[in-house]
Design a protein around this ligand. Sequence first.
Ligand code: BGC
Length: 901
Amino acid sequence: MYKIYDLKCNKMNNPIGIDLTPCFSWRLESDRQDTFQTAYEIAVYDEKQSCVWRESNKSSECFNINYKGEELKSSNKYTYCVKSYNNHGEVAESETKEFTMGILDKSIWCAKWIEAPQARKPLLDETDSGAVFSGAVKSKENQEEFLNPPVYLKKSFNIEKSVKKATVYATAHGIYDLNFDGVSVGEVLAPGYTVYNKYLEYQQIDVTDKLFKGSHEIVCILADGWYTGKIGLMGIGNQYGETNAFLMQFEIEYEDNTKELIITDKSFEWYEGEYKYADLFVGEFVDYSAQEYNAPDSAKTNNNKYCSNVIEKDYGCDNLRGRVCESVRILRYMKPVELLVTPKNELVLDVGENIVGYTKMTVRAKKGTVIGLEHSEVLDKDGNFLQNIMGQNKNQKDIIVCGDKEVVYEPKFTFHGFRYVKVTGLCKEDIETSFSEIFEFAVLGSDLEKTGEFVTSNEKINRLQENIFRSQQGNMLSVPTDCPQRERAGWTGDMQIYTDTAVFNMNVDKFLEKWLENMRLEQLADGQIPNIIPQMDSNKYIDGENKKHVCSAGWGDACVIIPYKLYRAYGDKKILKDNYEMMKKWTAYVEKQAGTTFSKMPEEMTAEEKERQKYLWNTEFHFGDWLIPSIMKKTGNPMETAVLTKEPVATAMYAYTTALMIEVNTVLGNFDEAKRYTKLNKKIREAFSDEYIDENGIIKPDLQGIYVLAINMGMVSGNKLEKCIERLVELIHQNGDCLDTGFLSVPFLLDTLCDNGHSDLAYKLLYQTKCPSWLYEVDMGATTIWENWSAIRPDGTRTNSSYNHFAFGCVGDFMYRKIGGLNIGEAGFKKLIIVPDFECGLEFAHTKYLSEYGEVAVDWKLKDNKYNILIKLPPNTSGSVKLNNKTVEIGNGRFELSGNI
Ligand code: BGC
């Protein structure tokens, strides 16, 4: 058996609306040993079935195959298929897949941007970050006084002939729900979150099956979304503009080959419908009592609402972009596991796990009944509903006023991070037996392919891995976010430390490629990478207005670390090429900062110190080893961790990034640059060692994370290395065998111990259940990864932290590699180094990973001091298996090895 599967175009299944060169990939499976593709044939056909590209290639490549055929036409659908030949004389044929091009020539856009001349309410959001973070400012109850209703944009049209093909191209400033004759045809939370002024995605939707002969109505409901909504840590609106707008081009092709174009222009009418407001963070307020449910036409006659013409705007279309990766979808629906009546006598639904999405409700209640659905991640110590998110405009509450008919409420313009939902307006008797019919929960996220599986003999470890996955799923929503409730921002540092784990769990290739392009667009002229991508103007209220330095070590470094890690995982040099200029500009910025700004006055330094200063990045603000548990416990203030650790941490990151730049330049063949970075990296490492490490191997500040970073970034050498390791071990023991590492050092902690003869301690930390530890969270009932290790304190107190931050879940990668044994040998998992650790304290581990080549599996178990290991590697790959200090080279296929431990 020789099989092709997962044939994809730009790593997507039958994508619609791509405007980049199509790039094909497929995975292979074989039941024979040592299978290699010897040649492939690919053929692409247009709508008339004529072949526009055919290529036969004697090559083992099965991904990154770029289309090189005839010029592709806008909006055309193409089909393609592949044949693969192998060294055993077998042939595999793929199924036929398709892709549809987007608008390839911007001059095709003739639609006008339209806006409703809605009198928008003034922005009254608090801008004093101190007031917001101290808890003095809270989310307002009466949000209808401050938020604007979404607008309905409407146009009627007639179809008089048979339709062959009908395609909508649409996008918005804001988010939109597009309806044809009352049926929603659009995508979830479209157009997603990007650097809008430079990169705005449009959606291409096939509506052919909606267009029978007769009269039709298009209604677009346009809400604030990320564009004007109350987003980010500060919860301030209008981050990208002050009004929402819509752009749509609708092409109809008739059976008689004539065409018709309907575009947004001033012929559209607008009105306000059943929504009082719909904010991404605050929630929705829908009133079904004032008008007929879901009947836009009848809204016309509604007392104080009216239909009037929209205005056209000239926002242009230079920033419009087609699809690059899978968009946000409803990933699954879930039912409540329980209806709780809390000690305060409130009704609270329990989802059973912390999710990102919304509550759907199907209920019949008396007209005018006001139902509230308030979302939160935890209950308090006593089991009462607790709104755990601090700040303004974080209500996470949907309000529904019932009309005459049964209400089927499903939010379109908001989502929440939650496990619990407080239901008001319905009484216990009405719902206690039917709550699981009335309520459902939709889980939302970018639709990324699940690639990893990891199950061991330790239930808690399995649960930890599931929690990590859940946090990743909830935070990969249009952009990689820090958390799904308080900020939902693309914090670069969070993604940087988590990339290796993200890769094991899901295919994040295109998703991050798109985000990195947005990062490039946001890079400042001097090379700085803002801390969050897309950037938000309201960050100035946190950073300080007019500040020149708006980045941080460990966060900005994401622009080097992430592309490099993606290259290693997916084996495509393009990611390095595309981002190379950004990386260079960033490292040049850091080099300049380090070389020209010093933490001491020149007269305070010896000549030697002065020379060293040039290689220390010890000025400006940095987040440092963010959220170190002991400092958080002592001060409760994360900024303390920043102030205390920022200097050595920034220099450690400088060393890390320059070391990666050596690799990047070597891969790209820029050997002179690689040499330059090698020299620079050496100087940085020496400067760090001289400045921060004393002869006894003590580093200042004397914290676990600083040792971890120093050891990992190669800054400790000679006999100091042993001393530093000893000190690290001592610090861990002094801390009751608990970790005390922050954001930037956590990903290296366990490896540092394992690589330096202290695996036992590494596993002790992994299996530790005292606070702070990963399994402490599991024991406390966590279903996602927390922002703070003690988000629920040992005494049961619930804090205002986020309960869904994937950052500290970066240990997922350690488990796949060290316990599972899966390591990347050659980029793209072309070669695997399989080194399971039988001394990890477990009886078995089943690990699977869907690489670009196909499925990799390593199953090992121990019994009576004997091991048994089953390995499966896909065609075109090979492996090195290291067991008991012996290395066995294998090809691909299935292998079983056993022996004494
Ligand atoms: C976010 C983090 C982020 C940090 C910067 C926080 O508020 O939630 O995850 O990286 O700020 O230090």
